[in-house]
Design a protein around this ligand. Structure first.
Ligand SMILES: Nc1nc2c(c(=O)[nH]1)N[C@H]1C(S)=C(S)[C@@H](COP(=O)(O)OP(=O)(O)OC[C@H]3O[C@@H](n4cnc5c(N)ncnc54)[C@H](O)[C@@H]3O)O[C@H]1N2
Ligand code: MOO
Length: 344
C-alpha cells in the first residue's frame, strides 16, 4: 500500500482513501466525505472545521485489502443462517437477525478470529433470545488496510468451523403441564403456575395442550407425566414439590415415569431446585416454586433452548453457574441484565 499524507490545502483533485465521519458531542452524524470522493475547493473549509488538517491519499498494492472490503468479507464469513450484514461504516459491519429465534455463537471460533492480528468480532452473549432486526454482532479491522492473508485466515477459520453466528428459529412445540401439590389439587390454593407457564410458552410461539393437577403422590404424578407424553406433548413441565419436604415428591415422580435425569440441581439462583430429565426424546422439566414467584429463573434460560430444538445436557446446566446469579433488582430488567449471560 502507498499511503500518502497530504495537507488539506493541497488535496484538491485527490481521491480520499476512506470515509471521513462527523461526530458531534459523541454522536455519529454520518460521513460527509466518502471514500473515493474527489476533493474539491469548496470541501476545504468543511474538512478544516472537522479538524482535518491532513488527509490520507491511498494507493492499494497487490495483497492489500481496504478496511471496508475487509469488513464486508468478515461479515460475510461469520454470518450464518438467519443472520444478515449491513454496509460498512469505517469498516464496521453489523450483523442483524433475519427472524425471531435463539442466537447461537460459536464462542471458541469467535475467540480464534479475535486472535488474528487487526481483526475484531464482538457479539451478544450465546443463547440470547433475539427478535428479527436485532443487532447480534459487529466486526471490523483496526488499520485502514490489512494484508489479504489476514482476511483469508479469518475466512478459513469460519469455513473450517462450519458456522460462527446463527439464529435458530423456535419450533412450535405442544407443551404439557402437570401441576403438583395437595393444596392446589384440593383447591385450597388457586393455581398460579399454569398461567405463568402458558404465557412463557406462548411468547415463543408454542402452545400448552393440557394442564393436569396431581396430589403429592409420586405414582400419580408419574402416571400423569406419561399420559402427557402419550398425548403428544413434546415438552413437559412438572411444577412444585421440588425441594426437601417429605411431600416434595416431584423429582422421584419424574424418575418413576421412566425419564432419564440429566441433572437435579441447577447452578442458577433463582432455580436451584430445578430438574431436567428426558422421557425418550421429550424433555421433562421439574420446576420449583420460584419459577412462579420470580420474573426470571432458570426456566427462562433453559426453555428457549429446548424450544429451539436443542438437546440440553447436564454439561449445559453446569455451565449456567458463571452468570447464573440473579441480582434480585427491585425492578426486574431481565433480559437486559447479567442473569444467564456468563455461560458459553
Ligand atoms: N429447608 C429447605 N427449604 C427450602 C429449600 C431448601 O433447600 N431447604 N429450597 C427452597 C427453594 S430454593 C425453593 S425454589 C422452594 C422450592 O419449592 P417447591 O418446588 O418444593 O415448592 P412447594 O413446596 O411445592 O411450594 C412452595 C410454595 O408455593 C406454593 N405453590 C406451589 N405450587 C403452586 C401453584 N401451582 N399455585 C399456587 N401456589 C403454589 C405452595 O403452596 C407453597 O406455598 O423451596 C424452598 N424451600
Ligand atoms: O430453586 Mo430456588 O431458587 O433456588 O428459589
Amino acid at each position: 500500500m502507498k499511503l500518502q499524507t497530504i495537507s488539506v490545502n493541497e488535496a484538491v483533485g485527490k481521491v480520499l482513501s476512506h470515509d471521513i465521519t462527523k461526530v458531534v458531542k459523541g454522536e455519529f452524524k454520518g460521513a460527509p466525505f466518502k471514500k473515493g470522493h474527489i476533493i474539491k475547493e469548496e470541501d476545504i473549509p468543511e474538512l478544516l472545521k472537522l479538524g482535518k488538517e491532513n488527509i490520507y491519499i491511498l494507493e492499494l498494492e497487490p495483497g492489500d485489502v481496504h478496511e471496508d472490503e475487509a469488513g464486508i468479507r468478515l461479515g460475510t464469513a461469520v454470518a450464518g443462517e438467519g443472520v444478515r450484514w449491513c454496509e460498512p461504516k469505517e469498516s464496521r459491519v453489523n450483523l442483524y437477525a433475519d427472524y425471531n429465534g435463539l442466537l447461537k455463537i460459536n464462542v471458541p471460533v469467535v475467540e480464534e478470529i479475535n486472535e488474528l492480528p487487526d481483526v475484531i468480532l464482538s457479539t451478544l452473549p450465546n443463547n440470547t433470545v433475539v427478535k428479527s432486526g436485532d443487532m447480534l454482532a459487529g466486526t471490523k479491522v483496526i488499520p485502514l488496510v490489512v494484508p489479504e492473508q489476514t482476511v483469508v485466515e479469518a475466512e478459513n477459520i469460519c469455513r473450517r468451523a462450519g458456522w460462527v453466528i446463527k439464529v435458530v428459529p423456535f419450533k412450535e412445540v405442544k407443551v404439557g403441564v402437570v401441576i403438583t401439590g395437595n393444596e392446589v389439587y384440593k383447591k385450597r390454593v388457586r393455581d398460579g403456575f399454569g398461567p405463568v407457564i402458558t404465557e412463557k410458552v406462548e411468547s415463543f410461539g408454542s402452545s400448552v395442550i393440557g394442564i393436569d393437577y396431581a396430589p403429592d403422590d409420586a405414582a400419580t404424578i408419574a402416571g400423569k407425566i406419561k399420559r402427557m407424553a402419550d398425548g403428544g406433548a413434546g415438552l413437559i413441565f412438572v411444577t412444585g414439590g421440588m425441594s426437601v419436604d417429605p411431600d416434595d415428591v416431584t423429582p422421584r415422580a419424574i424418575h418413576l415415569a421412566g425419564a432419564r435425569v440429566e441433572k437435579y440441581g441447577a447452578p442458577a439462583l433463582p432455580g436451584a431446585m430445578f430438574m431436567l430429565a428426558y422421557l425418550g426424546d421429550v424433555p421433562v422439566m421439574g420446576v420449583p416454586a420460584c419459577g412462579m414467584f420470580f420474573k426470571a429463573t432458570v426456566v427462562d434460560l433453559i426453555l428457549p433452548r429446548l424450544l429451539a430444538g436443542e438437546r440440553v445436557s447436564r454439561r449445559d446446566i453446569v455451565a449456567l453457574a458463571h452468570g447464573g446469579l440473579c441480582r434480585s433488582c427491585s425492578q426486574c430488567r431481565y433480559p437486559n441484565c447479567t442473569f444467564g449471560k456468563g455461560s458459553n
